[in-house]
Design a binder for this molecule. Structure first.
Ligand code: TYD
Ligand code: MG
Length: 455
């Protein structure tokens, strides 16, 4: 009996090697090699070519001789999705929608695709026809051109595609697909790579856009092969906290648009609802003002977003004070506390500090620093801040308040939501085009000045 052929793959980038390696020569990450069974059954590498039967040979062409084609886009009813894609689904593009299991990837694509007028093929290797039907009933949308195929074999899928000639294909999920050309388990690096390559070939040759759903692991990597990111045109990441109903759709890569776009949804009992004005929901409407809360005029993508930051500072009961954060990098909090300790003379070293970003959001925008510092001071002092003020500034290591980008947009958003004062960096204030706002714009240069200004 012949021995089974195996190879080793880097689970981070998909690099293939005949023997096990400690460090990947391609992405330089340690301990990522896993052994996978690989056995090619056929000499032909690409399944779509096998089935489509077209075997055209490629020729080098002059750039000038290539016809200009108008970039055609399918515009969906979902404005958030259109925006993250840069204005709609480009024909022939291959889009990866990545997210943790249960976040709502299937729901989002099913909901948006059901509202298109073209022939759509939804391929599911994860759910039965009945389950998808139940989900569609729950979404309460009817569509007469919507086809479901519950199949994992790539050759069967391509045969169906050839018969049906859909204008959009959705694959849920890439980790369940299996190509007969290669003997490896579904979800393994070689299998995912092979299936994605075939789908890519299909998309480019027929100008059919393909959505691929991919699961990500706990540490945020697209399961197994990071290589998928290189193979597709657009990578969208769907994220959010399981315990909150808000979901954020982020563009990580886009060959046809900007990567700073983002869409916000709310998961409801009958599908995803677009959130047009996120600030209004994120800011907690409350009757009494409590200490330890400050509003940051942040940005999510290109959109201004007012976010509530909360801090709780208590006397430490253990020898080592605790620093716990949710929605914020703990190291960022440690840095801010060190600045307050050294430049402001506040003794956080004997206090436990907890910081939370309301609404289950995760922020990495440094312009929220100023609000976090104010929330910390407010809780430290146990004196509430006025509910009508907000902040936009980055805090430097010397305790200086640094300028942030798009400050005018942030001010406008704060003004729109009825805030009375906004604190910004002096450099930002100097550069403001408009001098007269309905909202009072106050500049603050150092963290130690802040305390006097606020309390
Ligand atoms: P799903 O789309 O299956 O997630 P994924 O494909 O990313 O794994 O979403 C699963 C969750 O969504 C599940 O917990 C039920 C919930 N849900 C709603 O809250 N409202 C709905 O209308 C639907 C269809 C699902
Ligand atoms: Mg799913």
């Amino acid at each position: 009996m012949s021995k089974v052929k195996t190879a080793f793959f880097c689970s981070n980038c998909g690099y293939e090697s005949a023997k096990w390696l400690g460090k990947c020569p391609s992405c330089n990450v340690w301990n990522t090699f896993i052994e996978e069974v690989v056995e090619r059954n056929s000499k032909e590498k690409n399944l779509w070519k096998d089935i489509s039967g077209e075997r055209q040979t490629s020729k080098a062409k002059l750039l000038d001789a290539i016809e200009n084609v108008k970039e055609e886009r399918i515009v969906t009813i979902d404005a958030e999705l259109n925006r993250t894609l840069g204005g709609g689904i480009v024909s022939g593009s291959i889009i990866l929608l990545a997210g943790e299991p249960g976040i709502g990837k299937s729901t989002l694509l099913l909901q948006d695709a059901l509202q298109l007028n073209d022939t759509i093929l939804y391929i599911s290797g994860e759910e039965s026809e009945q389950q998808i039907k139940m989900r569609a009933n729950r979404l309460n949308i009817r569509n007469e051109n919507f086809y479901i195929l519950t199949e994992t074999s790539l050759s069967v899928i391509f045969t169906e595609i050839k018969k049906l000639q859909p204008s959009l294909v959705i694959v849920d999920s890439i980790q369940t697909l299996q190509s007969e050309n290669i003997d490896a388990t579904p979800g393994s690096v070689p299998q995912v790579r092979e299936c994605a390559a075939s789908l890519q070939r299909f998309a480019k040759e027929t100008y059919t856009p393909v959505f691929i759903i991919g699961h990500i692991t706990k540490d945020g990597n697209i399961a197994g092969p990071k290589i998928l990111e290189h193979m597709v045109d657009t990578v969208l990441q769907f994220e959010g906290d399981q315990h909150y109903s808000y979901r954020i759709l982020r563009t990580l890569k886009n060959r046809f648009g900007s990567t700073s776009e983002l869409g916000i949804y709310e998961m409801t009992s009958d599908g995803m609802r677009m959130v047009n004005n996120p600030s209004e929901i994120l800011i907690h409407q409350k009757e009494e003002v409590l200490s330890g809360s400050a509003i940051a005029a942040g940005m999510e993508g290109l959109r201004p977003l007012l976010i509530e930051t909360q801090a709780l500072v208590t006397q430490s009961v253990y020898g080592t004070p605790q620093r716990t954060t949710s929605g914020l990098d703990t190291r960022r909090l440690q840095l801010l506390l060190a600045v307050l300790e050294k430049r402001g003379g506040f003794h956080f070293g004997v206090k436990d500090v907890f910081v939370n970003i309301a609404g289950g959001l995760r922020i990495d925008d440094p312009s929220t620093d100023l609000a976090i510092i104010c929330a910390l001071l407010s809780s430290y002092d146990d004196s509430p801040l006025s509910p009508n003020i907000c902040f936009a500034g980055e805090v430097g290591l010397n305790g200086e308040i640094r300028a942030v980008n798009r400050v005018e947009q942030r001010i406008a958003e704060a003004e729109k939501l009825g805030f009375e004062k906004i604190f910004i960096a002096p450099f930002n204030k100097k550069a403001l085009n408009k001098t007269k706002y309905n909202i009072e714009v106050i500049d603050v240069g150092k963290v130690d000045e802040l305390y006097r200004l606020l309390f």
